[in-house]
Ligand binder design. Structure first.
Ligand SMILES: CCCCCCCCCCCCCCCCC/C=C/C(=O)SCCNC(=O)CCNC(=O)[C@H](O)C(C)(C)COP(=O)(O)OP(=O)(O)OC[C@H]1O[C@@H](n2cnc3c(N)ncnc32)[C@H](O)[C@@H]1OP(=O)(O)O
Ligand SMILES: Cc1cc2nc3c(=O)[nH]c(=O)nc-3n(C[C@H](O)[C@H](O)[C@H](O)COP(=O)(O)OP(=O)(O)OC[C@H]3O[C@@H](n4cnc5c(N)ncnc54)[C@H](O)[C@@H]3O)c2cc1C
Length: 661
């Protein structure tokens, strides 16, 4: 049963919902991890929809940037008052969800507070530091951000220029931005809203640079909100999207903070200027790993937003004819439309499933690290580096296809897809530019192959064990596991090809860095294939664990779309393994899978259970009553407040008058 059906809905959409073969609440439980979690999302949406002061004052596309920031702040403040009655305050998921629901995806002054400011205090601060700041931050007595990137440096953290020099005599760190390129640049909420920040600066003790470390830094006076002396701070200006956030710049001039403001759970500076190393050199980077580990699920949900809009709209949009000339068909019936949208539905499910898995892996790693075991850090760093890169890229592609699938109306801000696209593709850049992160994973793959070459295959972790296998024939009595073998073949041969290229260049006398650079396109290809293999295998395992048979059946259909599409998409890498007959067979299986999934397409996107408030799309409305609401939306555009604008009276009219003979 599809729970979205209501009286007064567009009959085309109701027809789709009636053709679904499964219960959408049960599917939501599988998507979000449990019936309880899915139920909480519905309850929060429902509660929020009943609070008038939390509703949008006008559609976001009609707001200026200043209005967006004002609206985000207004709602944040109201939420802070109402949160205790609405959510479980200890739940990060519920906190993020309710902000998403109420404020949307365009960012807000507290967007970074929860995800990048509080977690480093909680994981890298000592017990005393947590006692001092965590409660204040959680109650939102202070608003924080995360200032790492600089005007001249982002990807390469080793080149950061901001310094925190320890002054033994005063027991303080002195922060400086010695050059224009050392200005912090980009941190969200820094521009106008935050009064505190985690600042990443090079720790200098006794003239020795110990590299980037995190510091708690007050930026603005807690009464007046004016920048404190020694601080230069402001907003960096409008962006491609995400304009409800005030990304900012920040400079320091001999700005002093107490020694106790360096986050010292792992690395320490003692009062006499001694430096105690962390248990793992990259432990200070763990805040980034945390955010990356959450990105697959987040991005899967961005894709889910765009697909909810495009699939629902495709079910009410009629254009052209198939056999029956008496009525135009739903565009969702065209094979091209299905090919455009259904593999993306499968990817959205796959990203969410493997996203929740990486969140679980991160949470486990955090416990291990707190217990002094850092051995899992390299594996998770490699995995999340690849995953954030592949998922953000494919999400961007999927959202853009969703926009095109909506024809002209997809281009209107009424669809809201352009905003989803703009926000989502920010993920290709933030938390590590995609190519840079793919190359981090490639280091791990190359090292794994070197282990095999050195006869140490048995030391390989489970995620890379396939690199040592020797599959040369596939029985195409194809089930998911055979597809997995095809993908393993592709990922393995590309990883070996790239590694051997790198080694050959090295053996020719080239420096390690040059050889790496000249092999880097091949290396990034290997990383993508490895990551896509991981996504596929997680999807297969997840479907295998589903108990409800009706849900399992439709997920198997979706999995079939995924595996056939993915293998067709990497055809070039499997030419040595599959014959052209086998490729034809897979292609035909894909087309059959598209037909099989067709009656469930609307129910599959309804199962994401994204409310109209959160979706903010006229095209994607739950009720499918698009045309009358598009007309209403256009009429409410501020340009239509007057019939004759100043642009006409001041310029066009005089021009036309002058041009008259
Ligand atoms: C509509 C749907 C709604 C759904 C709900 C979603 C709600 C959320 C809405 C979100 C809206 C959008 C919010 C936007 C927020 C944006 C926030 C952005 C924040 C930021 O961007 S913060 C800044 C991030 N910056 C970076 O990521 C910088 C990237 N660079 C680096 O990380 C490093 O410089 C580096 C890793 C690339 C290289 O570092 P380094 O030079 O020090 O190291 P080497 O390359 O030499 O490597 C040495 C060895 O160290 C290992 N290593 C590196 N990192 C790690 C690590 N983290 N852990 C473990 N090991 C690590 C390397 O692998 C090397 O190992 P080897 O063995 O020697 O090979
Ligand atoms: C929406 C958004 C929000 C952000 N929020 C924050 C925040 O809250 N806090 C914060 O500190 N930062 C934030 N950032 C900054 C972000 O983390 C950086 O922009 C990101 O890490 C990329 O660094 P960069 O801008 O220096 O890119 P660059 O490194 O200059 O990238 C430019 C090009 O160079 C290539 N390149 C660079 N190095 C290599 C290499 N070694 N090998 C091959 N190619 C290379 C890249 O692939 C890319 O094509 C945000 C950015 C955005 C877009």
């Amino acid at each position: 049963m599809n729970q979205s059906i209501k009286p007064g809905d567009n009959p085309d959409l109701t027809e789709e919902r009636l053709s679904g073969t499964f219960d959408t609440n049960s599917m939501a439980a599988v998507i979000y991890g449990s019936d309880k979690l899915a139920q909480r999302r519905r309850e929060i949406s429902e509660a929020v929809s009943r609070i008038p002061e939390l509703q949008d004052s006008k559609p976001c596309p009609f707001m200026t940037r200043e209005e967006k920031i004002l609206e985000g702040s207004r709602k944040s403040a109201i939420l802070n008052r109402l949160l205790p009655g609405l959510i479980d305050l200890d739940s990060f998921e519920e906190t993020v969800f309710i902000h998403q629901e109420v404020i949307g995806i365009e960012g807000h002054p507290l967007a970074l507070h929860e995800s990048l400011f509080i977690p480093p205090i909680a994981t890298q601060g000592t017990d005393e530091q947590q006692k001092k700041w965590l409660g204040r931050a959680q109650r939102r007595e202070i608003i924080g951000c995360y200032a790492q990137t600089e005007l001249g440096h982002g990807s390469n953290l080793r080149a950061l220029e901001t310094t925190a020099t320890f002054d033994i005599s005063s027991q303080e760190f002195i922060l400086n931005s010695p050059t224009i390129t050392s200005l912090k640049w980009w941190p969200g909420a820094l521009g106008k809203s935050a009064n505190w920040s985690i600042v990443i600066a090079n720790l200098i003790v006794h003239d020795k640079n110990h590299g980037p470390h995190p510091f708690m830094v007050q930026l603005r006076d807690e009464k007046s909100h004016e920048p404190l002396p020694g601080i230069t701070v402001g907003d960096i200006g409008p962006k491609m999207a995400f304009n409800g956030a005030d990304n900012g710049f920040l400079g320091f001039e001999n700005y002093r903070i107490p020694r106790e403001n360096m986050l010292m759970r792992h690395s320490k500076v003692t009062p006499d200027g001694g430096y105690i190393r962390p248990p793992h050199a990259k432990i200070g980077y763990s805040g980034m790993v945390r955010v990356r580990s959450r990105m697959a699920a987040e991005q899967g949900l961005f894709l889910a937003h765009a697909l909810t809009i495009a699939v629902r709209y495709s079910a009410i949009r009629r254009q052209g004819y198939l056999e029956d000339r008496s009525r135009e068909v739903k565009v969702l019936d065209y094979q091209t439309q299905q090919h455009r949208l259904f593999p993306s539905i499968a990817r959205a499910y796959a990203f969410i499933f493997c996203g929740f898995e990486t969140i679980r892996l991160y949470d486990q790693l955090l416990i291990d690290v707190q217990n002094g075991n850092t051995s899992g850090m390299a594996d998770l760093h490699a995995l999340t580096s690849g995953l954030k890169s592949v998922v953000t890229h494919q999400t961007g592609e999927g959202i853009e296809q969703a926009r095109m699938a909506c024809g002209g109306h997809g281009y209107s801000m009424a669809s809201y897809i352009s905003e989803i696209y703009g926000v989502a593709i920010g993920g290709c850049t933030y938390e590590g530019e995609n190519m840079v992160m793919l190359l981090q994973l490639a280091r791990y793959l190359v090292k794994s192959i070197e282990m095999i070459q050195n006869g140490k295959s048995k030391n390989l972790g489970p995620m890379v064990a396939y690199l040592a296998a020797n599959e040369s024939e596939i029985d195409l009595n194809l089930g998911p596991n055979e597809y997995l073998k095809v993908f393993q073949y592709a990922a393995r041969s590309q990883a070996w090809r790239a590694t051997e290229k790198f080694q050959k260049l090295r053996n020719s006398g080239m420096s390690k860095e040059q050889a790496w650079n000249q092999a880097s396109v091949e290396l990034t290809r290997a990383s993508r294939l490895h990551t896509r293999l991981y996504i596929m295998s997680t999807f297969i395992n997840h479907v295998g664990s589903v108990v409800d048979q009706k849900i399992k059946k439709v997920l198997i259909d979706l999995l079939n779309v995924h595996i056939t599409y993915e293998v067709m998409d990497i055809g070039i890498y499997v030419q040595g393994l599959l014959s052209s007959d086998q490729m034809d067979l897979i292609r035909n299986q894909l087309y059959v899978s598209l037909e099989t999934i067709r009656p469930n397409a609307v129910s599959l996107v309804d199962s994401f259970q994204i409310s109209d408030m959160q979706l903010r799309s006229v095209l994607g409305r739950r009720d499918g009553n698009v045309y009358e609401n598009l007309f209403k939306w256009a009429k409410s555009c501020p340009l239509n407040d007057k019939d004759v604008l100043e642009s006409v009276t001041k310029y066009l009219k005089p021009m036309m008058d002058k041009s008259k003979l």
